[in-house]
Ligand binder design. Structure first.
Ligand SMILES: [Zn+2]
Length: 339
């Protein structure tokens, strides 16, 4: 009898401690800055971050804005609101919404030209894991990598031309996890052997790194932001951060593919887009038109070579001969579809 009473007491104590760990008092939100050097005018250049922490549990790092002009801020706003107003999470989630002050300062009139470094022409996201003794990009990448590599799972947010949102992984063993998150198409890209993007550099130290292309460049599309936010919440569930059970989507729009089929402009001219992104086309349907500038009145109709889904358009109506105008995924290249 005494023993039964003792067991119950222990049980109650454990329960109480469990509840306390999800209390607002234990889940903290801390702001921090990372210095990445200084400008020629002498001002500090730094990055702002936000860390949500419960003390123990999985560590997730979510970053955006490596490339200037890639607006993913709405997704960070949704994550910030969710983690601030919800107590049922554990571990730590670090948010760095705009990671690169250098690329965001590369402005030409109204356009932020932040994919490539103006100094050496290299992609800002090919400098990882970085080097604190060498180029600006490598010094910046070193600061980012030191922070990101403290975590178990790194999610790097980008945008792509005019695009549907999709995930990029470079490890086949992550396919099932991405498909379980249930919302976004997943592209398995080939792994780089040098000049790594952040997720590949993270994979190389036996942690987990993925990219989410969150939609179109320089966009504030609330539907795409919501979709990416929900995909990230599902990844947080799968990785044990959210404690509201495995309430993953029952139906899914996710699919998995290994290659794009690209359509290059056969002549220079002005492009007319006919279909919305995500449209499924039959082989032989008109994909887009080019008004050829060397011959006023001549219009080329470019036809779909296969049954396909439109994933990306170039973010302009102006095409020089050979420009990649449209990227599609052929239905025959969809390896796995769920839902
Ligand atoms: Zn990018």
């Amino acid at each position: 009898m005494d023993r039964e009473v003792g067991d119950s007491l222990i049980f109650i104590l454990v329960e109480t401690r469990t509840k306390v760990s999800y209390n607002h008092l234990m889940n903290t939100r801390e702001e921090f800055t990372l210095s990445v050097g200084s400008s020629v005018t002498g001002a500090d250049l730094s990055i702002k971050g936000y860390r949500f922490n419960s003390g123990v549990g999985p560590k997730i790092y979510i970053q955006g804005g490596t490339h200037g002009g890639e607006v993913t801020f709405l997704i960070f706003k949704l994550l910030n609101d969710f983690l601030s107003n919800n107590t049922k999470w554990q571990g730590s989630v670090t948010l760095v919404p705009i990671a690169n002050p250098f690329s965001w300062n590369q402005r030409v009139h109204y356009t932020t030209v932040g994919k490539f470094n103006f100094y050496d022409g290299k992609d800002w996201n090919r400098a990882f894991p970085g080097n604190k003794e060498e180029s600006t990009a490598e010094r910046w990448a070193d600061v980012i990598f030191q922070e990101a590599s403290k975590h178990d799972f790194v999610i790097d947010l980008h945008t792509s031309r005019l695009s549907l949102p999709f995930m990029i992984i470079s490890r086949e063993d992550l396919v099932d996890e991405m498909l379980r998150s249930g919302i976004l198409p997943t592209y398995l890209a080939s792994k780089m052997d040098k000049n790594f993007p952040l997720p590949d550099a993270i994979d190389n130290i036996s942690k987990k790194g993925i990219t989410i292309e969150c939609g179109s460049h320089d966009s504030m599309d609330t539907k795409n932001a919501q979709k990416c936010f929900e995909a990230i919440l599902n990844l947080l569930r799968i990785n044990g951060v959210l404690k509201d059970g495995e309430s993953l989507p029952e139906t899914s729009t996710a699919f998995y593919f290994k290659k794009y089929d690209s359509y290059f402009s056969p002549e220079s001219g002005f492009v007319e887009y006919i279909h919305p992104l995500g449209q499924q086309l039959e082989k032989g349907e008109t994909l887009y038109r080019v008004n050829i500038t060397k011959n006023l009145g001549e219009v080329l109709e470019i036809k779909a070579r296969e049954n396909c889904i439109i994933m990306k358009y170039q973010p302009t109506h102006i095409a020089t001969v050979g420009d990649e105008v449209v990227s599609v995924v052929n239905l025959s290249d969809i390896t796995k579809k769920v839902g």
